[in-house]
Design a protein around this ligand. Sequence first.
Ligand code: EPZ
Length: 422
Amino acid sequence: MDSILVRGGGELNGVIPIAGAKNACLTLMPATLLTEEPLTLTNAPRLSDIRTMTQLLQSLGAEVSSLQGGKVLAMSSHDIHNHTADYDIVRKMRASILVLGPMLARDGHAIVSLPGGCAIGARPVDLHLKALEAMGAELDLRDGYVHAKAPGGRLKGAVVEFPIVSVGATENALLAATLAKGTTVLKNAAREPEIVDLAHCLRRMGAQIEGEGSSTITIQGVDRLGGATHPVVTDRIELGTYMLAPAICGGEVECLGGRLDLVGAFAEKLDQAGISVTETERGLKVARKNGRVKAVDVTTEPFPGFPTDLQAQMMALLCTAEGTSVLEEKIFENRFMHAPELIRMGAKIDVHGGHATVTGVERLRGAPVMATDLRASVSLILAGLAAEGETVVSRVYHLDRGYEHVEDKLGACGARIERIKG
Ligand code: EPZ
């Protein structure tokens, strides 16, 4: 297993290109299952999760060609000969559950492995299943798989009210509703930019959708969808992650492709902490205003609130802030696994249930640390950039799921970072 070696110290100055969004691409790719026509995604990120979704779609019979070094995904599903998403792929990546809605909508049947838990929480899929049942699906859960059927081969429009906001359940229902007979209304729907991007792509394919980005999305089902070419929206989590690099180390970094509307609540918190964020023609320029970062309190919420996927990275910044910060994680039940690793680097963090209290110290010290999940891994790298001495982050396969060439992007801004092949 590879590790990443970071030698701390020194400001970061330069330019970082932001890739297409992993979490948009993972819900856009299953849309190919809704049509026999070609669906092409541009600005796709080059990540292991995308390769896993590619394998899954190919196992179902879809053709997926990765062009231009992986930045273009040319897909075609005119011959879906297998409707079973196997556990051995689904367990590697939970987003695999997003093939359920499209397969059910187009072909009237599907068998998809339940994804199982993951490090940050139980992450059930009950809301996905309830939404599809509301649309007429008959579901039989056995042997760890969901056996799904649409009576008469077609789902029907329904009013679906989500008891809590769920990104994935909203996406599965939105995908399925495009081909259902009649009108579907999704209430308390997630408002993430990735869902807005999915709606834009589906509309290009001929879907009739209104209200994406708000809590109520209305879909008028159609009989068939056509092909399209669609650019994947910028990755707001990668953007936020790299905005934190100059915040932690000092210096000034311009994030190409960055958009303030994608990171509103996060940028406000950075401003409160003493970090300047400026819109440029090419993206967002970030610099520490002057002196030490100031402590701020953070509560994670569904979009447009502070993203849970930036909580670990924000904690890395607050470890050396002036004062005490309280981070409240309200989305997942176990998303502070980066805290013990940061404590190994000299951070002062007390975790009680969903709250972490961080008392800022002058400087962290490099140490060997272990990545436990995707976003925790990059928070340890950020912490290592400003720490005194060397930090070795092990198990970076977590990192490669969501960040392409992190050592190249940070290295180009002056970071002393290298990958150690393991
Ligand atoms: C998506 O996961 C993202 N993944 C996650 O990013 C992100 O953290 C999360 O949304 C929240 O923004 C992808 O888009 C591939 P949810 P998802 O359904 O859809 C509970 C990353 O680092 N819930 O919004 O699984 C769930 O347990 C990843 O890129 C149910 O109870 O998240 C959680 O507590 C990590 N039943 C809460 O809702 C369900 O059926 C929010 O989960 C579904 C979810």
